[in-house]
Design a protein around this ligand. Structure first.
Ligand code: PLP
Length: 287
């Protein structure tokens, strides 16, 4: 396996970065997760836009133009001869000294990893997930915007650990006002009386690229969809609940805080949107 590491391809075993890299010392950097389906890189432009926006927000200068970065990503997939893959793009502040000040960091580090994807087991899609709300709150948008996919994912990691401890598959994150925002690394949708709802991102959710694709697909297929704040209660009494994300695609939730959702099985709308999403990913992309 070949890794792109700041300008060259190196073998996985030799792909190492400095312990002085502020990405390592402070989580100072940004990242993206992207999927390749049958040789097509899904929504590459959207992922690049988000990566560069994240970098701009934290004043990190990506040392490549967007076109160059696209070529690097395509090149990494090709070099590894991958047909279906998960790509991780990381831009860190680069090596500096032990102080916080990033002005001592000489050069941002760019890493692109593409590897065969271990899909979530089919059984999880058939059965659906159990999720639980957690005590940790989504960071406030006015502190560090949830739109920044920063390397400092501690908030999300803590949330995931809380879910593990509670024995559920995924966490339900709330904002400081108690509105539902998202999962640890996925967006949430509910269906009630035929209408699909998802939280507006200003509540404190990442504007997921899968989320946006599902919004478009839902509208295209005649569903009514509203971006509207909702609480845990609304999730408990929903007809369907599902999560979306690059890794997970679209997956049903059948239990929330030990409340069985409807009949406890993945719902009709969820299954319909998953099948449409799987059609979309093979036809929409850069190869
Ligand atoms: N929310 C968070 C916090 C995430 O990290 C992710 C994953 O990237 C998502 C939502 C889903 O976003 P996307 O569909 O762009 O993968």
């Amino acid at each position: 396996q070949w890794i792109f590491l700041s300008g060259r391809f190196v073998k996985k075993e030799e792909a190492t970065v400095s312990v002085y890299d502020h990405g390592f010392l402070y989580g100072d950097g940004v990242f993206e997760g992207i999927r390749v389906y049958s040789g097509n890189i899904f929504k590459l432009e959207e992922h690049l836009n988000r990566l560069y926006d994240s970098a701009q927000s934290i004043m990190l200068n990506v040392p490549y133009s967007m076109e160059e970065m696209a070529a690097i990503i395509v090149g990494t997939v090709q070099k590894n001869e991958l047909d279906s893959a998960y790509i991780r793009v990381v831009v860190s502040r680069g090596p500096g000294n032990l102080g916080l000040d990033p002005s001592h960091c000489s050069k941002p580090q760019v890493v692109v990893i593409a590897e065969e994807l271990n899909m979530f087991p089919k059984e999880l899609y058939d059965k659906g997930l159990r999720v639980g709300s957690v005590a940790s709150r989504r960071n406030r948008p006015d502190v560090l915007s949830p739109q920044v996919k920063s390397l400092n994912y501690l908030n999300n990691i803590l949330v995931k650990m809380e879910a593990n401890q509670a024995g559920v598959d995924e966490a339900l994150m709330l904002n400081d006002q108690g509105y539902v925002t998202e999962g640890s690394a996925d967006n949430i949708f509910i269906v009630k009386k035929g209408t699909i709802y998802t939280p507006p991102v200003y509540l404190g959710a990442l504007e997921g690229i899968t989320r946006n694709a599902i919004i478009d697909l839902a509208k295209e297929h005649g569903y009514t969809l509203e971006e509207k704040p909702f609480t845990r209660h609304d999730v408990y009494v929903a007809d369907e609940v599902f999560l979306t994300g690059t890794a997970v695609e679209v997956i049903a939730v059948v239990d929330v805080d030990s409340r069985k959702i409807a009949d406890g099985k993945p719902g009709k709308v969820t299954k319909h949107l998953l099948s449409k999403f799987r059609e979309l990913v093979t036809t929409d992309g850069v190869s």
